[in-house]
Design a protein around this ligand. Structure first.
Ligand SMILES: [Zn+2]
Length: 463
């Protein structure tokens, strides 16, 4: 009889580096190929040899476009992966942008480190380059939501909507009769743009792999905090910097700012989106709306014909580096939205470097801030942060707004899972920092009566 196993190669004890390997006697299916981010010991894992030869992986499934789920793909391709990559149609469009941008950042960082001589490597190397990213894109097999795709005889996958970002999915895998559900990142019903997640699959399930980013938290409605922070900052003639994940967070924040402007709750300030990737992803969201994607709420599909939902009135994009740098001396108050969301790379780093030393400015952190990132350090109240090899003092106001999260909290996860009344054989809790995963495991166990396991890195289980 054939054996079926799952090995947790990443995305455990951390929110980054999701990589789950399903194996039968003659097939290796990797679900997610995420980049490790944040703490140095995590980032270094991107450089370790992959635990199995990438050439031996038969196929890959990606749940959604975020870097911590898709960012390692080009490295696998560079190291010999030559199968198909299954993902939804909008995820394919977004991953294409994300990987090209990531390749560019990897190459720039390597070059910068070499020039400034602060890398410990003799000749800093990029994890992958643009060519690797482009080669990866040719392996995409875009799939429609709710359509079962055969990956190999007796192995198939169905993508259900997860409502986290455009194209994001919960993936149901059938592996020789075993039914395995990957939650990916589970969204929330409050998303201003996307429809709520599809219900959890019904009936018997052999294993659920459940994310737990906010396993120990409950979201509060904190829009008021955003409004208040912006108004206070404008009164002292400061500008507001919002580091935001280019994909989805930028769209969500623009929609909220638009509503606040419309309701006269904040002034109609110039708003700059300073991230080529965010601008590109904005176009993909607009395209999805024009094409009537099932991901998008009906009322927005109706209104998009006569109103740009992402423009609060005074929106400008900074495409070039010159335009970006010009923003560093804002003579009058403005809002700058720039990636990355955790301040770990991209153009936002230059803005942080310029704005943090001045008390009139405000930095609003809206997404999850992983351990080891500048964003996390700022939230924890550090007096200075290291950037480009030097210490930068922090005098700007730092505000974290968690209620704008696109991850379900612990109650929402339980509610979603609980729509399936049959306890799965295995419930694995992943994608969370240790305390968060432990709290989620405990809650699912006590509330639904399901046995839960928090896997450790590289742990393998028989299904
Ligand atoms: Zn995500």
């Amino acid at each position: 009889m054939s054996t079926h196993t799952i090995t947790f190669l990443g995305g455990v004890e951390s929110v980054t580096g999701s990589r789950f390997l399903l194996e039968t006697d003659n097939f290796k299916l990797l679900v997610e190929a995420g980049m490790f981010q944040g703490l140095k010991e995590l980032r270094l894992k991107n450089w370790e040899p992959f635990p199995i030869n990438p050439a031996e992986i038969n196929a890959i499934i990606i749940t959604h476009a975020h870097l911590d789920h898709s960012g390692y793909l080009p490295r696998l391709v560079r190291d010999g992966f030559n199968g198909k990559i299954y993902l939804t149609q909008d995820t394919a469009k977004l991953v294409e942008i994300v990987l090209r941008d990531s390749a560019r950042i990897q190459m720039e960082d390597a070059k910068y480190a070499e020039k400034k001589g602060y890398s410990k490597h003799e000749k800093p190397e990029a994890l992958y380059n643009l060519e690797d990213a482009n080669k990866t894109i040719t392996k995409f097999a875009p799939i429609k939501f709710h359509e079962q795709v055969e990956i190999a005889p007796s192995i198939s996958a169905t993508f259900h909507r997860s409502g986290h970002i455009l194209g994001s999915s919960v993936v149901e895998v059938l592996l020789d009769g075993k039914r395995i559900v990957f939650s990916g990142d589970l969204g929330r019903s409050q998303h201003p743009l996307l429809n709520p997640p599809d219900p959890m699959v019904s009936g018997a399930v052999d294993a659920v792999i459940m994310e737990s980013t906010y396993g120990d938290r409950k979201h509060e409605d904190t829009q008021f905090l955003l409004e208040q922070t912006i108004n206070k900052c404008v009164q002292r003639n400061g500008s507001i910097l919002i580091p935001a994940f280019a994909v989805d967070r930028t769209e969500v924040i623009l929609m909220i700012l638009k509503r606040l402007v419309k309701e006269n709750k904040i002034p109609n300030l110039p708003i700059f989106v300073d991230s080529p990737m965010a601008l590109a992803s904005l176009n993909i969201y607009k395209m999805a709306m024009q094409n009537g994607s099932t991901d998008i709420k009906q009322e927005l599909l109706d209104s998009v014909k006569f109103d740009d939902p992402f423009n609060p009135g005074n929106l400008k994009g900074a495409e070039t580096v010159e335009e970006s740098k010009a923003l560093n001396d804002p003579s009058k108050s403005c809002i700058i939205i720039s990636a990355s969301g955790m301040g770990s790379g991209g153009r936002v780093v230059h803005h942080l470097e310029n704005m943090l030393p001045h008390s009139e400015h405000a930095v609003i952190l809206i997404g999850y801030q992983a351990e080891g990132t500048r964003g996390r350090a700022l939230v924890e109240g550090v007096k200075s942060v290291k950037m480009h090899g030097k210490q930068v003092s922090v005098f700007a106001e730092i505000v974290q707004i968690q209620g704008l999260s696109v991850h379900a909290d612990a109650d929402e996860v339980c509610e979603w899972l609980g729509t399936n009344k049959t306890a799965p054989t295995h419930t694995f809790i992943v994608h969370g920092e240790p305390a968060s995963s432990a709290a989620m495991a405990e809650k699912i166990n006590s509330q639904l009566g399901w046995n839960t396991v928090v896997p450790k890195l590289n742990q393998k289980f028989y299904l």
